[in-house]
Design a protein around this ligand. Sequence first.
Ligand SMILES: [Mg+2]
Ligand SMILES: [Zn+2]
Length: 209
Amino acid sequence: MRKLIVLDRDGVINEDSDAFVKNAEEWIEYPTSIKAIARLTRAGYTVAVATNQSGIARGHFGHRELEAMHTKMIQLVKAAGGDIAHIAYCPHGPDDGCDCRKPEPGLLHQIQDALQIPDFDGAWMLGDSLRDLVAGQKAGCRAALVMTGKGQKTLADGEGLKDVLVVANLADFTNRLLDGELNHEPSEGEPGKSQRSCNGCEAAAESYL
Ligand SMILES: [Mg+2]
Ligand SMILES: [Zn+2]
């Protein structure tokens, strides 16, 4: 089991904007998400970010502005006692045919290379859009949909969510993960089995942490 959480950025860690988040001033964190990343770090989880930033290809901002946003994000996370191990971003547009723009799994593979891990066994990908979840699942992550950002719209659309865990936000996910609620991976033979009533769950939670 890999103690690795991959996060989409906009709508998960910070407020999303239909007009693009273009500079550090416009990058507004969800304070509960910053605290959640710190809790995950302290619990021994590696946290990475995989983010589509087509605003670069579209000319809304440049690499320097993006770097300033990420400096702000990392400073906030570090001040809270957490860490982000790697940020992978796609600067391309939808028509560039790249292999990194989610729902393609290229950003996940970049994270895999940067962290030198063989696979995403037991890792989670959290996002507010279907393409985040698809990218994560293609790479072998379990997927969770947050209700922040575009999450409610993604849930209402309802497509592709069969194997997706729905959580309120990153803090809710973190609570459930650290409570041991998410350790049990339901196998094919036991669909929908309550994780709380699973006999092996307590032991699994201990070995997981
Ligand atoms: Mg997003
Ligand atoms: Zn790309």
